[in-house]
Write a protein that binds this ligand. Structure first.
Ligand code: G3P
Length: 245
């Protein structure tokens, strides 16, 4: 059975720091444009050995982008906690994995799920060896979802998403609270990330200073005239932060 076979497959190991670029459904990041953007990201990923890069793409683009990456990890933006069978229209975790994705976002605030569904989805993702990144819109939700033991929990205040106003600058104390909750509830086994409005190298550095191990970003990269130079500046921020430790 597919699920059993996938369990035997090598699980991708991920080391923070990580930059996850969420393609959402931006026209600049679907179809042929997804390939173009992915080539740019893969080039940068190859220049920064110590940083993990991931892209969260449309389900219809997973297979094509997975063909052109070696360093960049491909994530789904969402999966459904179904098993192989009669579930028309669902995104089957096994199918995502077989298409070349190695991870998935879960509960993005643009695709929110009830807590019990988040738990079931994390469980199903783990069954097929997908890296789990659960998003949370508050410190309390961050703590709740940490108990399901995903690999990453990303705090993203919805009101800052897409605004260019960074979570790490606008809500440092709330972000810090979310990080502490994830670290405590996860016994250090769950890795805190953040996202929303991240636009500059300074936003990235500040996020790391507050205890996260990486970021989720969308508009600043995907909608940029020169996505490569923005992403490179984020990577430089991470390198500078790590060198200063
Ligand atoms: O998943 C990342 C996202 O929600 C943040 O979006 O456009 O504020 O970087 P953006």
């Amino acid at each position: 059975m597919i699920t059993e076979a996938l369990k035997e497959e090598k699980i991708t190991k991920v080391n923070p720091p990580i930059i996850i670029v969420n393609y959402k459904v931006y026209p600049q990041a679907i179809g042929e444009n997804a390939l173009r953007l992915t080539e740019i990201i893969e080039d940068i990923a190859n220049s920064y050995e110590s940083i993990t890069f991931a892209i969260a793409v449309q389900p219809t683009d997973i297979f094509r982008v997975a063909q052109i990456v070696e360093k960049t990890l491909v994530f789904a933006q969402h999966i459904d906690p179904v098993t192989p069978g009669a579930h028309t229209g669902s995104i089957l975790p096994e199918a995502v994995r077989l298409s070349g994705a190695v991870g998935t976002l879960i509960n993005h605030s643009e695709r929110p799920l009830p807590l019990d569904v988040i738990e079931a989805t994390v469980k199903r993702a783990k069954e097929v060896g997908l890296i789990t990144t659960v998003c949370a819109d508050s410190p309390k939700k961050s703590e709740q979802v940490t108990k399901f033991r995903p690999l990453f929990v990303a705090y993203e205040p919805p009101e800052l998403i897409g605004t260019g106003i960074s979570v790490s600058k606008a809500k440092p104390e709330v972000l810090r609270e979310a990080v502490i909750k994830v670290n405590n509830a996860g016994n250090g086994e769950v890795i805190p990330l953040c996202g929303a409005g991240i636009s500059t190298k300074e936003d990235v550095v500040r996020a790391l200073e507050l205890g996260t191990k990486g970021i989720l970003v969308a508009s600043a990269v995907v909608k940029a005239k020169d996505p490569g130079s923005i992403l490179q500046s984020f990577a430089e921020g991470i390198v500078e932060y790590m060198e200063g430790l």
